[in-house]
Design a protein around this ligand. Structure first.
Ligand SMILES: *Cc1c(COP(=O)(O)O)cnc(C)c1O
Length: 364
């Protein structure tokens, strides 16, 4: 059996580092927003070359807090992609704002920068750009449109820590960037965790208090925030794992190259396209398969795990059926029927990569 991901392998490798770190927190008696969180925030701010970083409860909250810091109001329109994890659009809808879905590019699966301008109205306030599967969207062109129309940019970098575009680090383009440390992400906690970053001092001041119910001084609430604190145990785990992130990213990239190389001759399978300006960190290795559902079944019967991210485009979700601005996104809708993510995690062996591709080729 080759799993689509396996967190126990990583745990075994890091057991000797992780267990003392967690035990240290248990013994410290300090469990929320303490020293470990502060150190993690500093280390990640340095790595991401950003001025401010705030540990939060999860990546979904990071998005919600970003929109709150930008003062998004009910009725505001936020442009985003329909081909992403639900949280991206869910955060918009939670605030009573409207997600406006702009279709994606068939080659990179990211928002089609050429279609953004046509979706802008007088109610548009911001764009949430998602860097899907670990590859950044065309940020140079997206920034140009945003500047022309005075729109804020939030980068949903949940899948893209360590990625870059045109030589600039993920998170450095937008006003705010959001990260998730869900266990299966490239940098994963042992539970839920997230991060929100910005270079803007004013936005930082808002984010700092929004995660603690809007109180700069305890029990004195300047604005209405939420409870989205990061706990010390998760921060301690993340600090251990963070030291390995660059090596893991390199391994993910090597696995991806090998997959693409071995799948060259596979007809009916389109490997992921890498934008020449992008450094892709391969959170997922996602192919387009003409006959996907049959292939999934055949791979499953051969013990090869795969996953579909995502089987339903967000513009087609039932919860958004009332959106008057709901429109067709033909590329995303087609992709939702054809994409397939192969096993991808740094501990995957070369033999397993080979076996996955052999199983695919024999199943076509
Ligand atoms: C994982 C993910 C999120 C949400 O992160 P959680 O930590 O699970 O709340 C948001 N956006 C994208 C693109 C994601 O992949």
């Amino acid at each position: 059996m080759i799993p689509v991901f396996d967190l126990t392998r990583q745990y075994k490798e890091l057991q000797a580092e992780l267990e003392p770190a967690v035990l240290g927190v248990l013994r410290s008696g300090k469990y929320i927003l303490g020293e470990q969180v502060k150190l993690l925030e500093q280390e990640l701010a340095d790595y991401l070359k950003t001025k401010h970083a705030f540990g939060v409860a999860n990546g979904s909250d990071a998005l919600l807090l970003a929109l709150m810091a930008l003062d998004i109001q009910p009725g505001d329109e936020i442009i985003t992609t329909p081909f992403t994890f639900f949280a991206t659009a869910g955060a918009i809808a939670r605030l009573g704002a409207k997600p406006i879905f702009v279709d994606v590019r068939a080659d990179t699966y990211n928002i089609d920068e050429a279609q953004i301008e046509a979706a802008i109205t007088s109610s548009t306030k911001a764009i949430i750009v998602v860097h899907l599967y670990g590859q950044m969207a065309a940020m140079d062109l997206i920034m140009k449109v945003a500047k022309q129309h005075g729109l804020a940019i939030i980068e949903d970098a949940a899948q893209a820590i360590g990625a870059s575009y045109a030589g600039r680090m993920v998170g450095s383009y937008g006003d705010i960037a959001c990260y998730s440390f869900f266990p299966t992400k490239n940098l994963g906690a042992a539970g839920d965790a997230g991060l929100v970053t910005t270079n803007d001092d004013e936005l930082a001041a808002k984010l700092r208090i929004l995660r603690v119910h809007g109180a700069a001084k305890k029990y004195h609430h300047e604005v209405v925030g939420i409870n989205s604190r990061l706990d010390e145990m998760q921060a301690a785990v993340l600090r251990v794992k963070f030291k390995h992130l660059d090596l893991w990213t390199a391994r993910r990239r090597a696995i991806a190259m090998e997959y693409t190389n071995l799948l060259r001759e596979a007809s009916g399978i389109t490997p992921p396209k890498i934008d020449p300006k992008a450094v892709h960190v391969f959170h997922q290795y996602t192919v387009v398969a003409d006959n996907r559902d049959a292939l999934v079944e055949r791979l499953d019967s051969q013990g090869v795990g795969t996953t579909v991210y995502y089987p339903v485009a967000l513009n087609e979700q039932q919860c958004f059926s009332g959106l008057e601005l709901r429109k067709q996104c033909p590329v995303a809708q087609e992709l939702s029927k054809k994409v397939l993510s192969l096993p991808m995690f740094p501990e995957l062996t070369d033999d397993e990569v080979k076996k996955v591709t052999e199983s695919i080729i024999s199943s076509l």
